[in-house]
Design a protein around this ligand. Structure first.
Ligand code: HEM
Length: 456
């Protein structure tokens, strides 16, 4: 252990950068391989796997990081039986200013206590209530899209999901609703700022706009806490406002506002990416659309929440395959608390480690034709993703596993049930090919994917 490690708590120690004993390549001074990672994380992680094997060293966003290119290592790090992999210190290096105070920025006992409050919003009874709200809002919105015919689907899905997130997690007064476009912009600025290469808080830079966006969102929630506390609302915002910790103390206004910013971000941005990428594959694979439509025609309405994926297995396959190829969270970051060993390789204390989800989900030793869109690989008679419990991990695993995964599934199924029952999704221009794919912070075609909705 270093002298720092002996005197300071783990979350105040500087990161360990001494990883010369691990094979790898740092890349450019300062930037390392950050630009390549933002361009295409799966390609970068794959390059390291082929050049250096299962464990290597890479430098990203200024931190030397151990890249763990095997599902066995993902299992060790994410399950974290020895409480040695700090989620907070992992994300802090890349997203600290933006995720501040959110659940991923808390570790161990403190995390457990905060997660308990958040979990309340995802109990089965709550989910059943959300299901009817989600289906009602989706039905109305899809009818509006259909009347327009040509839409930029990412922009529309993002607005719809933010609208739904407010409907279920943060009920607004009529007077607040005018703020929604600003809120949408602030979330977009925040996420664009989070991948800015130049991290100086200087006007004109994406990073600066991102910080401003976050400050706006935090203020939005702070300004409404007193009113929410006094209300008898049953949304997540009210639950955080009324909750107490193990000692009976209420959460601070800061904590509440930070949780809400993170929750609302997680609730719409991740699923907007998944649903947009699915539209891309569906427009390319009309035969899959036909199969889905045939399933939907035989499904009773409203679709029962509890059995959604069982009654619509191909819908589940499309969702799972899309987030295999384009995981909305492309990598999971942690930092060691104490020195440890992974598969015989010594990892010092305070070292950044990366679980490269985007590569593990295309790992050539585990997946057949890894780059091909094949939703049937999740069919009952194939279950390709079950070869290893951590080869398909779009929702992470262990104590920080996504709290909203059932909600994401509900959003996805409700949206595509509505869309495909009424319309065929085509590219707006014949022969369209996305001019470019953005991979981080979330995957989406750069042009937002213009599509045409053709009535059946
Ligand atoms: C396709 C959609 C989604 C994907 C792929 C996804 C992915 C993830 C992943 C990988 C993590 C773990 C991060 C880590 O371990 O470092 C996570 C955590 C989280 N997700 Fe999701 N998510 C999705 C949708 C949602 C939705 C809809 C919500 C809320 C309604 C949500 C709320 C959260 C929260 C609060 C956490 C933090 C959990 C904790 O730290 O204990 N997510 N998500």
């Amino acid at each position: 252990m270093t002298s720092n490690a002996a005197t300071l708590p783990y979350d105040q120690r500087p990161p360990n950068q001494r990883l010369g004993h691990i094979k790898g390549h740092d890349g450019l001074p300062m930037l390392g391989r950050t630009i390549d990672m933002v361009r295409d994380p799966s390609a970068l992680f794959g390059e390291y796997f082929h050049r250096f094997g299962k464990i290597s060293r890479v430098s990203i966003t200024g931190f030397r990081t151990v890249l763990l290119n095997h599902p066995d290592y993902a299992e060790v790090v994410l399950l974290d039986h020895d409480k040695n992999f700090s989620c907070k210190m992992g994300w802090k290096s890349h997203m600290g200013e933006f995720f501040d105070g959110g659940l991923v920025m808390r570790d161990f006992g403190e995390h457990r206590s905060h997660r308990r409050i958040a979990t309340e919003s995802f109990r089965r009874e709550a989910m059943l209530e959300y299901a009817s709200q989600v289906q009602a809002v989706t039905e109305k919105t899809v009818a509006r899209w259909g009347a327009t015919r040509d839409i930029v689907i990412y922009d529309e899905i993002k607005k719809l999901l933010l609208d739904i997130a407010f409907n279920v997690f943060c009920w607004l007064d009529e007077s607040d609703k005018a703020e929604i476009p600003n809120i949408n912009r602030a979330f977009a600025d925040m996420m664009e700022g989070s991948v800015g290469y130049v991290r100086f808080n200087i006007p004109g830079l994406a990073y600066h706009r991102g910080l401003k966006g976050r400050a706006y969102l935090k203020r939005f929630f702070l300004d409404r806490i007193d009113r929410k506390r006094a209300s008898d609302d049953r949304d997540s915002f009210a639950a955080f406002c009324r909750a107490t910790d193990e000692n009976g103390q209420p959460y601070s206004d800061e904590d509440i506002a930070n949780h809400m910013v993170f929750l609302m971000l997680a609730a719409h941005d991740t699923t907007a990416s998944a649903a947009t990428m699915a539209a891309y594959y569906l427009a390319q694979n009309q035969d899959i659309q036909d199969e889905l439509r045939a399933d939907l025609d035989e499904t009773e309405r409203p679709i029962a929440y509890d059995t959604m994926f069982r009654t619509l297995p191909l819908m589940a396959g499309v969702f799972h395959e899309t987030i295999r190829l384009h995981p909305p969270v492309a990598m999971l970051l942690r930092r060691t608390v104490d020195a440890c060993e992974i598969d015989g390789v010594a990892i010092p204390a305070d070292t950044m480690v990366c679980v490269p989800v985007a590569f593990l989900q295309r790992h050539p030793d585990f997946w057949s034709e890894p780059d091909r869109f094949d939703p049937h690989r999740f069919d009952e008679d194939r279950l390709e993703h079950r070869k290893h419990p951590f080869m398909w991990l779009p929702f992470g695993g262990g104590p920080h596993k996504c709290i909203g995964l059932h909600f994401a599934r509900l959003l996805f199924t409700s949206l595509y049930a509505e869309l495909l029952s009424e319309y065929r999704i085509e590219f707006a221009k014949p022969g369209y090919y996305p001019t470019g794919l953005q991979h981080l912070p979330f995957a989406k075609p750069k042009d937002g994917l213009p599509v045409r909705l053709v009535p059946r």
